[in-house]
Design a protein around this ligand. Structure first.
Ligand code: KGT
Length: 280
């Protein structure tokens, strides 16, 4: 049984992106994956009508949500669907959130995480100004879910720079933490692998980082370098650029041994809130 990370170079054409993702997920399933992570905005990169896309999906007339259900059933895969834009479940007309959905291998949605930290940043050296919060509303809740492969904690992209979120996921029982991403080429080169490895070492979790890696509409270039990292910080697999898959196994006994020999969670001197509810 393997965990799979999928790297893509998505464009603006949703159907083309879904076809590419399906092909990669089939490859992963054939090679023994039962759990897979897709990158941030796997279904649409560089579109200006994300709010409309979000409303269409929420109304049940978009292609992405049915595709996710069918793909999980066909391939018997648990899947973290990178991120897609969706309004809050109880308020379909509200501003969308950047959200990551976890599906089980029956195609049922079992968790929803809305991105907590939005990328409002002037990227140095490439002159690009990102204001993600112009288009998306902030999430406000920690999300974890139990799977046959361990307890999975969810995060998205820019969240990776906020270690307290990851410490909170660990304190709430995470074994595996997912980071679907579309890091910029500039900031990714400087920080991506260091941040991912640091979060794995600090939390003693498996870190799955699924990136966009290539060129996108609007002259956007993303960093790629998707990785699976073990709780000791070792990179078990990596893909530099373009579409592809990475597979690795979780060794639960080895993870437990690392946590027993170095019991960070019991030695912490600053309290980390354990939330009342982490329900999806
Ligand atoms: O908007 C899209 O098409 C897809 N979403 C993104 O690219 C998001 C929000 S703009 N990117 C990040 O969070 C990059 C973080 C990053 O690069 C860093 O922390 O350095």
């Amino acid at each position: 049984m393997s965990l799979a990370v999928i790297q893509m170079a998505s464009g603006a054409d949703v159907n083309a992106n879904l076809a590419a993702a399906r092909h990669l997920l089939e490859q992963a399933a054939e090679q023994g994956a039962r759990f897979a992570l897709l990158p941030e905005n796997f279904a649409a990169m560089g579109r200006r009508d994300m709010a409309a896309l979000a409303r269409t999906e929420a109304a049940g007339s978009g292609p992405i949500l049915p595709w996710l259900k069918q793909t999980c059933r066909d391939l018997r895969l648990w899947l973290v669907a990178g991120s897609i834009p969706l309004p809050p479940d109880d308020c379909p007309d509200a501003k969308p959130r950047a959200c990551s959905l976890l599906f089980n291998d029956q195609g049922e949605r079992v968790a929803r995480y809305d991105k907590l930290h939005l990328f409002d940043v002037d990227v140095p050296n490439d002159g690009v100004r990102y204001r993600e919060s112009d288009d998306y509303a902030f999430g406000n809740q920690l999300t974890l879910a139990d799977t046959p492969f361990g307890r999975v904690g969810l995060s998205i992209c820019y969240d990776l720079r906020f270690p307290e979120l990851f410490t909170a996921l660990r304190a709430n029982g995470a074994d595996i933490i997912c980071v679907p991403a579309a890091f910029t080429a500039v900031t990714g080169t400087a920080h991506w692998s260091i941040l991912l490895r640091a979060r794995a070492i600090e939390t003693q979790c498996y870190l799955l980082g699924a990136g966009q890696g290539g060129n996108h509409p609007g002259h956007r270039q993303t960093h790629g370098h998707s990785m699976i990292i073990d709780p000791w910080g070792c990179v078990l697999g990596e893909r530099a650029a373009g579409c592809g898959i990475i597979l690795a196994r979780r060794d639960a006994a080895a993870q437990q041994a690392i946590r027993q020999r170095m019991p960070l969670d019991q030695q912490r001197r600053f309290p980390i809130p354990v939330l009342e509810s982490t329900d999806a």
